[in-house]
Design a protein around this ligand. Structure first.
Ligand code: MSP
Length: 694
């Protein structure tokens, strides 16, 4: 790979409705390391990333938020760009699938597949996971649920156009055999080969039940399936079809980096599409492992999603880049914990590399007035040092096979070699100025070389090292040059900060305790429940004292003085009310926006932390989880009641409301044995199976 002058690397294009997390950052960092390595070699590099913006999942999310779909996605893109900026991701192209250039590419590849006789009309009946935007067979599921998202799949039955994937079984198997690098890493190839050998079903590539996608040019009722659309991004970025010169130069891609969950799309469907369109296939598709956090799957509901932006702000972007690629082998899963991250920073970065630099700079400052000294005769020890720095061949081999952790181990052997050299040479004891100069020259040269090797992984730190050494414009092309005597060195700050794990753990614990106390306090304040119980006796009340209505959350803001409270604007058709709720620790704002909820509208207006709340939104709490009461089809402003009861118009106080014992049974809201309904629709409760309603 690396002796060619063209290098094209891609990341998957991310669904923009998620916040960029550690998993997304991982692929982007790895792609960036490869891009920087190849640029440093002098290759012509194209590095693409972007966002996957079509499909039912995005359309639904926009609807839920009550926004136009395009406007909804437009607002989500900056958070991805911001993350890549913080992490120093040097992409050349950021593609959005809603761009015009992409539409042309999709239509063109589709046309070629169509003309090749690989697209036909049929009827689709099957199971669909919205989270994956993928069709599944019963055998792929766990108790009717998607294995990745753990959610129930939908039954989809509609007219559809199909791509004749079944016709590519032999061709794919043959291709895998002849192109040994295509399925990477090597140890995962059997999984794909065996599945392909089991047989391939034709793929439904159009949908009629929603509109948010590229229209299918042969039948306008249909839109193109989101994966057919998304995979094509890789050729759009390479200039297909309108820039044939660029396409010729950069296609096929050198490597597509993908997570293990989307191997099938990239290693089976995508090559079959390209074969059908008579386009070349990427040279390699590498499926990397997944990150867990403290041994657990990263998930919104557990609340352990790691933000690369926050983590970089706390510990440094280069540090995070280093950790992710050093800690786990790229083809395997890895586990993130603050403890292991700090251990790596303290020992590999601060102790090994940071100290080496600061020792060298101190000695040069003290003995040679911060000027790189002349080199004189070499000894065996000096030769040994140079040998330990001669790692290019193995480093390059590891970079070519995406064994980043091994590439870094090679570099760290060189760092240790240089540390050993200082320890053995003991420059602080050398009296002969010529010999001392030679030793310190060699250490400075070692640092220059190391800065070249670490640059793809830690571009900012490499730059800082060079500033200290007085060198500039280094790259693999200058690896064999030598540092020039006479350059002025600068002793800057420490290259890496060290952290006290115990202190950080203590701070974390204190933060958690404080949050817990605050949560308790908020709870008391919002519900006034405890107070009410203590001071007045809550009387059992009848349901008929309530006036409940369906309202839609049309706007959400954070309460400026209470970090557990949201300020919601709720639309009832004839009026909009401001309501404060303590849902902030349990729901992201975009999860609530657009939801139809149940509101107690005849509750006396309350002032909470300086702001008015004109009613109360109903929710249930059980085992630390909170879920709202919601409706899907009811109209805003509609009454919510139980059979035979007309809503009251009389204002009530909180204690009266608290006396109405409503509860959730099997996910449905009840008062005693009557279901709460808006018209004929039952009121359902999110996340909570059984629990009290308040
Ligand atoms: N939009 C599709 C990709 C289309 S490419 C033509 C998609 N997007 S995604 O946003 O859901 O996921 C993007 C990538 O993030 C995937 O490669 C996935 O494997 C990766 N990760 C998501 N969670 C992850 C971890 N916890 N750890 C590592 N990577 C993970 O799929």
């Amino acid at each position: 790979m690396s002796n060619k002058s063209i290098f094209y690397v891609t990341t998957p294009i991310y669904y923009p409705n998620d916040i960029p997390h550690l998993g997304h950052a991982y692929t982007s960092i790895a792609a960036d390391v490869l891009a920087r390595f190849h640029r440093s070699l002098g290759d012509d590099v194209l590095f693409s990333t972007g966002t996957d913006e079509h499909g039912q999942k995005i359309e639904n999310a926009a609807k839920k938020a009550g926004k136009e779909t395009k406007e909804f996605v437009d607002n989500l893109i900056p958070q991805f760009k911001e993350a890549w900026k913080v992490l120093n991701i040097s992409y050349d192209d950021f593609i959005r699938t809603t761009e015009y250039r992409h539409k042309s590419a999709v239509i063109e590849i589709l046309k070629r597949c169509y003309e090749n006789g690989d697209i036909y009309k049929g009827n689709y009946e099957g199971l669909y996971c919205l989270g994956c935007e993928a069709f599944y067979l019963e055998k792929d599921l766990d108790d009717g649920k998607c294995k990745i998202h753990k959610t129930k799949v939908e039954v989809v039955k509609e007219e559809s156009y199909f791509f004749r994937l079944s016709g590519y079984q032999e061709k794919l198997l043959d291709y895998y055999e002849k192109n040994i690098d295509f399925l990477s890493p090597y140890h995962k190839r059997e999984e794909i080969i065996n599945r392909v050998k089991e047989g391939l079903n034709d793929l439904s590539i159009t949908r009629t039940s929603f509109k948010w996608g590229i229209p299918f040019p042969y039948d306008e009722k249909h839109v193109i399936y989101v994966w057919f659309d998304a995979l094509t991004n890789y050729i759009t970025c390479a200039g297909f079809p309108d820039n044939p010169k660029k396409f010729e130069e950069f296609w096929p891609a050198s490597v597509h980096l993908v997570g293990k969950d989307i191997m099938w799309f990239h290693q089976v469907i995508w090559p079959a599409m390209l074969m059908s369109a008579k386009l070349a296939l990427p040279k390699k598709v590498f499926a990397h492992g997944w990150w867990t956090v403290n041994g657990e799957k990263m998930s919104k509901s557990i609340g352990n999603v790691i933000s690369p932006i926050e983590t970089s702000k706390k510990f440094g972007a280069d540090e995070l880049r280093y950790f992710l690629l050093r800690e786990a082998s790229f083809g395997e899963d890895g586990d993130y914990s603050e403890k292991s991250f700090i251990q790596r920073i303290n020992s590999d970065l601060a102790d090994d590399l940071g100290n080496l630099l600061s020792r060298a700079l101190t000695l040069i400052e003290k003995n040679f007035e911060s000027v790189i000294p002349q080199k004189h005769d070499s000894t065996n020890m000096d030769e040994e040092l140079m040998k330990s720095l001669d790692i290019f061949e193995e480093y390059q081999k590891y970079m070519d096979s995406l064994e980043f952790n091994n590439a870094l181990s090679s570099v760290w052997r060189a760092v240790q070699g240089a540390n050993k050299y200082i320890n053995d040479a003991q420059p602080w004891k050398i009296e002969d100025k010529k010999r001392l100069g030679t030793v310190l020259y060699n250490v400075a040269e070692a640092l220059r070389i190391i800065s070249i090797y670490i640059e793809p992984f830690m571009p900012t730190k490499a730059y800082e090292m060079r500033l200290c050494l007085g060198v500039r414009d280094e790259s693999f092309k200058t690896l064999k040059h030598h540092i020039k005597p006479g350059l002025k060195t600068v002793k800057g700050n420490h290259l890496f900060k060290k952290y006290d794990i115990k202190l950080i753990e203590k701070e974390e614990q204190e933060k958690k305790n404080k949050e817990k106390v605050e949560k308790e306090k908020e709870k008391k304040e919002i519900n006034k429940k405890t107070d009410a119980h203590e001071s007045k006796k809550i009387m059992q009340q009848d349901f008929s004292i309530l006036n409940l209505k369906v309202g839609k959350i049309v706007d959400i803001k954070m309460h400026p003085n209470a970090d557990k409270l949201y300020i919601e604007q709720i639309d009832f058709g004839t009026e909009t009310r401001q309501i404060l709720s303590g849902l902030r620790g349990y729901y992201a704002a975009d999860e609530l926006l657009g939801k139809k909820v149940v509101v107690v509208t005849n509750l006396k207006t309350a002032k909470i932390r300086g702001l008015e709340s004109q009613g109360m939104l109903l929710a249930s709490e059980e085992d630390g989880k909170v879920g709202i009461l919601f409706l899907e089809h009811a109209n805003v402003g509609e009454n919510v009641s139980i059979e035979g009861v007309t809503p009251s118009t009389k204002e009530i106080v909180y204690e009266e409301f608290a006396g109405v014992k409503m509860e959730v049974k099997y996910g449905v809201a009840y008062f005693e044995n009557s279901e709460l309904k808006a018209g004929s629709e039952k009121v359902k409760v999110e996340r909570i199976k059984n629990g009290p309603i308040r």
